[in-house]
Write a new protein. Structure first.
Length: 50
């Protein structure tokens, strides 16, 4: 499951603007949002697991 989540993150982070037609001006903000949600998801996952 972690591998699938990581693959989806990398795909959206690298190619999201091409796949979904996001504009290049908003691309940096979307990348930041995706990155932060991925990191916070990892942190929350460790907290609930432990």
């Amino acid at each position: 499951m972690v591998g699938l989540a990581a693959a989806m993150f990398v795909g959206l982070f690298a190619f999201g603007y091409e796949l979904f037609g996001w504009s290049h001006s908003a691309h940096e903000q979307l990348q930041l949002g995706l990155f932060l949600s991925f990191i916070l998801g990892i942190i929350c996952g460790y907290k609930t697991k432990g």
